[in-house]
Design a protein around this ligand. Structure first.
Ligand code: DAT
Ligand code: MG
Length: 140
C-alpha cells in the first residue's frame, strides 16, 4: 500500500465540544500524520461549494447550514493507505451503524452532526485538499 494523502475535517459539533485534540489523537494512533491543519469558520457559500456533490440530496440544506454553524478544522492526513485508513478510524456515516472504537461511534451526535469528514477516494482527496490548502501549506 502506498503512502497517500487524504482530506479530513473536524466538524462544528466536535469543535464546539472541545474534541479537536481527542480526534487528532485517534488519527495519530492509527499511524496517520497531520501534514497540514487550519481552523476556519466556513460561510454558507463555502460549505455549499465544498459539498456541491450532494446538492441534489434532501439533506443538502441541513448539511451546509450545519457546516457553516461554527468552526471547523481542515487537515491533510498522510500515511500508508491514508484514504481508507481514515474512513476506518472515522466509522460509518450514521453513528448508530459505526463500529466500536471509531470516532463517530464515540463522538457523533447524529447522522448529520457526525464530528468528522474524510475523503472517500483518491480523486476526491486531491480535489478536497486543493479546495483548502496550497502546496506551500502542506509540510510532510
Ligand atoms: P460521509 O461523510 O460518511 O462520507 P456522505 O458523503 O454520504 O457521508 O454524506 C456527507 C454528509 O452528509 C454526512 O457526513 C452527513 C450528511 N448526511 C448524509 N446522509 C444524511 C442523512 N440521511 N441525513 C442527514 N444528513 C446526512
Ligand atoms: Mg462523503
Amino acid at each position: 500500500m502506498a503512502i497517500e494523502r487524504t482530506f479530513s475535517m473536524i466538524k462544528p459539533d466536535a469543535t464546539k465540544r472541545n474534541l479537536t485534540g481527542a480526534i487528532v489523537a485517534r488519527f495519530e494512533a492509527a499511524g496517520l500524520r497531520v501534514v497540514a491543519s487550519k481552523r476556519l469558520w466556513l460561510s454558507l457559500r463555502q460549505a455549499q461549494a465544498f459539498y456541491a456533490v450532494h446538492a441534489a440530496r434532501p439533506f443538502y440544506g441541513e448539511l451546509t447550514e450545519f457546516m457553516s454553524s461554527g468552526p471547523i478544522v481542515a487537515q491533510v492526513l498522510e500515511g500508508e493507505g491514508a484514504i481508507l485508513k481514515n474512513r476506518e478510524v472515522m466509522g460509518a456515516t450514521n453513528p448508530a451503524n459505526a463500529a466500536e472504537g471509531t470516532i463517530r461511534k464515540d463522538f457523533a451526535l447524529s447522522i448529520g452532526e457526525n464530528s468528522v469528514h474524510g475523503s472517500d477516494a483518491p480523486e476526491t482527496a486531491a480535489e478536497e485538499i486543493a479546495f483548502f490548502f496550497s502546496g506551500l501549506e502542506i509540510v510532510g
